[in-house]
Design a binder for this molecule. Sequence first.
Ligand code: PRP
Ligand code: ZN
Length: 285
Amino acid sequence: MNTLKLAVQKSGRLSETSLKLIKECGITFQTRIAKLKAGAFNFPMEFLYLRDDDIPGYVADQVADVGIVGKNVLLEKNDELEIIKELGFSKCRLSIAVPKEFDYQGIESLNGLNIATSYPRILAKYLKQQDIDADIHEISGSVEIAPSIGLAQAVCDIVSTGSTLVSNGLVEVEVILNSEAVLVGPPDLAEPKRKILDQFLFRVNAVQAANNNKYILLNAPDQAITRIIQLLPGMRSPTIVPLAQKGWSSLHSVVKEDDFWEVIENLREAGAEGILVVPIEKMIL
Ligand code: PRP
Ligand code: ZN
């Protein structure tokens, strides 16, 4: 069949941002997530709304062709799938935490403890690497309450804002893994699905580039232009348009979101005025 089946999380950490990315790619679809399946109206894509923990399995079994899932879930559930693209959202970490009263002296303090987690595979691998001998107690949810009810002395769980740890009297002591949403698929996706995936990736790249960059317009006296061009390399080189006022020009370029504040400061020092910064909707490199 000539549609690409994309598995996305039904509800939780990734679902909203995953759907937002798809929308920004210009793909329209029914957003009633009550349904398990929905087809896109204007792109050969179908969505399967699933529990995140199930997504790697469904993709491995080819029920879905590709999926958007946390790197943490992928590494826990499946080794055969490939990360096609890191998506840069839903960043979190998988960490070990202990009750705040615990006298933590470093990783050796974990020896002999009982650690509750929903990530037994990743944790076992980590403990082995670190040469720590601890017991792993697998539970599927509400890991953070395990120490207070006497089920374990430490936990290994997802930390995002850290508020779950704080409200359960726990402190993060070791970071095992930095995670984010990733697009995953089999290493050998065949045509014509491969071609649809490439079209989708082209759009995702354009959306990401746009989100990571800003369009900048400014006015400057002509003698400042050489210096300003050095500060603003842009996509190829900046556009320069003369102003009605003699000796002045308007300069248009693109600036990276990450460098933004530093560049603005340098531009002002170089003599730029009337700086406008506007979001870019799509950016094709
Ligand atoms: C994780 C984790 C904590 C919470 C931490 O659960 O189990 O409960 O997020 O986030 P915080 O640091 O911002 O407080 P998640 O939302 O991934 O749900 P799931 O484990 O049921 O998939
Ligand atoms: Zn989950």
